[in-house]
Design a protein around this ligand. Structure first.
Ligand code: NDP
Length: 488
């Protein structure tokens, strides 16, 4: 049984600029494939550098000539609230569009992603009029003020794994702070961004204040980072691309950037944890979205006394998952985004086994319509096995055991990444010790994953990123301060 017929969905193809979908004569075409079927379903127009220049200039003009940045912040908040309510009204269409083009199952988008996007947008709308500058201490015949202003045009570049949620992390705080935005979504999942941008216009946000330009990372993404009228870059994606963006910005005129990058997050399980509940949490944290999650809990670090029983529970959980299309009502394990990504998972798993890891379960690429990968557990023989050192971005869990707490903290700290950590224990002292010791931007104790508490910022330590998304920090990162001195 299907939630909807994938043939019936109207695709908002093109760039979304100046309140409408459009294409340009010098666009080149790129096939967009449906991950659930492996078949192309649209030809995406990819912008040239000239088009990127045109779009950024139009956005800059809207920033300067409309009252978006200068209106009463409460009015700006009202537009964003209106936008949130239009997203809610169109939730079924958006969920179909998103699930057709990505690995997100339809019912999960409807029950999780859309409410998350709406709620997150409201959170940033609420912040629009709740900030201010301050008066600096200075001498009696002088006034010193620090005021905050938007950057102008923010360039946003997003990945394919949660297209709408990643968009709102970037666009929500940028617009709330009074910026304009040029967004380049991933070329693999380009279309839900266009519909969200249309709804922003329908909500009354001035045309050209939020534009979407489609295309490839190394052309469109790069051109956004290089452009002198981009005041700030905000990016979510892999660590390698984040590094490329930093270097582009540095070479072409340094500009501030927020970078949310890759992860290899541990889930530490002590023998005093509630093991049945924890097994479900650990299993979901590596199989949700087929492991294609930046904070996927991909490294199980477990007390040696419970390893065998616990991994058996995981194997049982995995065996009940059903691979299938994102629109199939029975699907509990969605496809891998592309054949290329599935090949990459396969190659790292094979290399890991060749390097001495023991395959406990899974380890198979499955071609049934789209490309799937069976949930996999690899028992590690050494800490520098490639399944530990690389971000796999698939349903692959590595297992390492410890005897002492100190060993657990040491195994948890990754040489490269520091995005999140899960600590499962009923000993509060132990949990709080881990909270301080493990180098990660998010610590989850007896749970795993983000919540709707948008006040909690998210971001990485080490090479998992620079700066924060969500939270008040994300809003403030879209403003820069100006010092004003007035002599009487
Ligand atoms: P990529 O880094 O491959 O791509 C991300 C975006 O950057 C895409 O839009 C891509 O375009 C674009 N891009 C590629 N090259 C350049 C370039 N030289 N200059 C500017 N832009 C460029 O990541 P994926 O899309 O594969 O997403 C998965 C990654 O995202 C994982 O590493 C995951 O951990 C990370 N991620 C991190 C999160 C966090 O909060 N820390 C949250 C979600 C994901 P194109 O698609 O056209 O190549």
């Amino acid at each position: 049984m299907d939630w909807y017929n994938p043939q019936d969905i109207e695709i908002p193809n093109g760039h979304f600029i100046n309140g409408e979908l459009r294409t340009f004569d010098d666009d080149t075409l790129s096939e967009v494939c449906c991950p659930s079927s492996g078949k192309p379903y649209a030809s995406l127009p990819c912008a040239s550098e000239n088009t990127v220049d045109f779009v950024i200039n139009s956005t800059k003009q809207a920033f300067t000539e409309t009252d978006w940045a200068t209106m009463a912040p409460r009015d700006r908040a009202d537009y964003l609230f209106k936008w949130a309510s239009l997203v809610e009204n169109d939730r079924e269409y958006l969920a179909q569009l998103e699930s057709l083009g990505s690995s997100r199952p339809y019912h999960e988008v409807l029950q999780w992603d859309i409410p998350y996007v709406v709620d997150c947008l409201k959170f940033f709308a609420e912040l629009a009029d709740k900030h201010g500058g301050y008066i600096g201490a200075t001498q009696q015949n002088r006034l010193g003020m620090v005021i905050n202003q938007p950057y102008g045009v923010v360039g946003a570049i997003t990945p394919w794994n949660f297209p709408m949620s990643m968009l709102i992390w970037k666009v929500g705080p940028a617009l709330a702070a009074g910026n304009a935005v040029v967004l380049k979504p991933s070329e693999l999942t380009p279309f839900s961004s266009n519909h969200l941008a249309r709804l922003a216009c329908d909500a009354g946000i001035p045309k050209n204040i939020f534009n979407v330009v489609q295309g490839l990372g190394h052309t469109v993404g790069q051109a956004i980072c290089e452009h002198p009228s981009i005041g700030k870059v905000t990016f979510t994606g892999s660590t390698a691309t984040g590094a490329a963006i930093m270097s582009t910005c540095a070479l072409k005129g340094p500009k501030p950037s927020t970078l949310e990058l890759g992860g290899k997050s541990p889930q530490i399980v002590f023998n005093d944890a509630d093991l049945d509940k924890t097994a479900t949490i650990v299993a979901k944290a590596i199989t949700g979205n087929a492991g294609q999650v930046c904070v996927s809990g991909s490294r199980l670090i477990i007390h040696e006394s419970i390893e065998k029983q616990f991994t058996q529970q995981l194997v049982e959980y995995f065996s009940q998952l059903k691979m299938g299309a994102t629109w199939d009502k029975e699907t509990t394990l969605p496809p891998i985004i592309s054949a290329r990504q599935a090949d990459r998972i396969e190659s790292i798993v094979s290399q890991s086994i060749a390097d001495g890891a023991e395959l406990i379960c899974g380890g198979k690429k499955v071609l049934e319509g789209g490309t799937f990968y069976t949930p996999t557990i690899l028992k590690m023989n050494k800490a520098d096995n490639c399944a530990i050192t690389s971000e796999i971005f698939g349903p692959v869990l590595t297992v390492q055991t410890f005897q002492t707490d100190e060993e657990a903290w040491n195994l948890a700290s990754h040489e490269t990444y520091g995005l999140a950590v899960g600590i499962h224990t009923n000993d509060i002292k132990r949990a709080l010790t881990g909270m301080r010791k493990v180098e990660a931007g998010s610590v989850w104790i007896n749970r795993y994953g983000r919540s709707f508490d948008h006040i909690m910022p998210t971001g990485g330590f080490k090479q998992s990123g620079i700066g924060k998304d969500i939270g008040v920090e994300a809003f403030q990162a879209n403003l820069h301060s100006k010092s004003v001195l007035i002599d009487f």
